[in-house]
Design a protein around this ligand. Structure first.
Ligand code: CDM
Ligand code: ATP
Length: 298
């Protein structure tokens, strides 16, 4: 018997970052959109205790010990229900690693849902969301999917209406960026400046609700983008290549270094992807649509 759960990647269509808090995190107004690039997590009973395996082009960059976010999720659920985490978790990884698309968070949410089903623990949605929030700021959204506003450090979610399909192109970079390093760089760049409270932009919420790509394109913002570009200046060339190819908007995805390009339709997304592939400014190029469903047993 085994359980497989499919979990989407995310792009942040607004990421407003407040001042650093005493606990080291930043308050956010974080508008998440789940997109159709997926990791799959398969949970199978194991007689050898907790085991993690991973396949996919980036598998070599994924830790297979208890630091893996999927392993941490299984251990957290097992501890809560007073049982052994005697499970083999196999990750089929398609979400770029350390790319700013919440790949590790997706695996954590997927492992939770898969172990809950395999073990019959029957955790409520709220219990699962609470464990997700302990595992990482992006993990609750990976569970929920669709579109949502994340406040606090991004873990307090309000689900959002989306009135249509958005077409995206994602370009990965040759190396990853560390999320804490990007937040630290933001703090360094912002030193001495007054930082306003982060608030959700009504124009972003309206554009999502209407499914209006042109309106979303003028409204998208990412406060982490200057920090990501400061640590990874070559991304400027990728953004320029996507814009020149006809993207409605070009931005760094979350903490980067994956870059995200909003297209007017599927044909335009495919054309932009072709130009980016030929541009020599990025490693791999993918197209995906959003919104996508959250963690789902398949
Ligand atoms: C950049 C985003 O992906 C946008 O959705 C998230 O804010 C990052 O979420 P995440 O990877 O789940 O981050 P966590 O695992 O919770 O935190 C990793 C590190 O990122 C920084 N961090 C994260 C979230 C936040 N609101 N403020 C922060 O300063 C902190 O240094 C923290 O130690
Ligand atoms: N299941 C996992 N998949 C990928 N990386 C993992 C996993 N578990 C732990 N890690 C570690 O976490 C680091 C960040 O990986 P991840 O792919 O989650 O970054 P990210 O997509 O940029 O995250 P986010 O967008 O949430 O900030 C990796 O370099 C890796 O060392």
């Amino acid at each position: 018997m085994s359980v497989t759960v499919r979990v989407p990647a995310k792009v942040n269509v607004q990421l407003a970052v407040g001042a650093a808090r005493a606990d080291g995190f930043h308050d956010l107004a974080n508008v998440f959109l789940a997109v159709g690039l997926y990791d799959e997590i398969t949970a199978t009973p194991s007689s050898q205790g907790l085991r993690i395996t991973c396949e996919g082009p980036d598998a070599g960059q994924v830790p297979l010990d208890r630091t893996n976010l999927a392993a941490r999720a299984a251990l957290a659920l097992a501890e809560r229900y007073g049982r052994e985490a005697d499970v083999h978790l196999h990750i089929t990884k398609d979400i770029p690693v350390a790319g700013g698309m919440a790949g590790g968070s997706a695996d954590a949410a997927g492992a939770l849902v898969a172990c809950d089903a395999l073990w019959g623990t029957g955790a409520s949605r709220d219990e699962l969301l609470a464990i997700c929030a302990e595992l990482g700021s992006d993990v609750p959204f990976s569970l929920v999917g669709g579109a949502a506003l994340g406040t606090g450090r991004g873990e307090k979610l309000t689900e959002l209406e989306v009135g249509g399909t958005f077409h995206w192109v994602f370009a990965t970079a040759g190396r990853g960026l560390s999320t804490p390093a990007v937040y630290r760089e933001l703090d360094r760049l912002a030193k001495g400046r007054d930082i306003p409270e982060p608030v959700a932009d009504q124009a972003v919420l309206d554009a999502l609700a209407k499914g209006d790509a042109d309106a979303l394109a003028v409204a998208v913002t990412n406060d982490l983008q200057p920090a990501a570009l400061s640590l990874f200046p070559e991304l400027t060339d990728t953004l320029a290549a996507g814009r020149a190819a006809g993207a409605l908007a070009a931005l760094v995805s979350g903490s980067g270094p994956t870059t995200a390009f909003l297209a007017s339709d599927a044909k335009s997304a495919s054309d932009i992807a072709g130009v980016l592939r030929a541009s020599g400014t990025c490693a791999t190029v993918r197209t995906a649509q959003g919104p996508a469903a959250g963690a789902t047993v398949v």
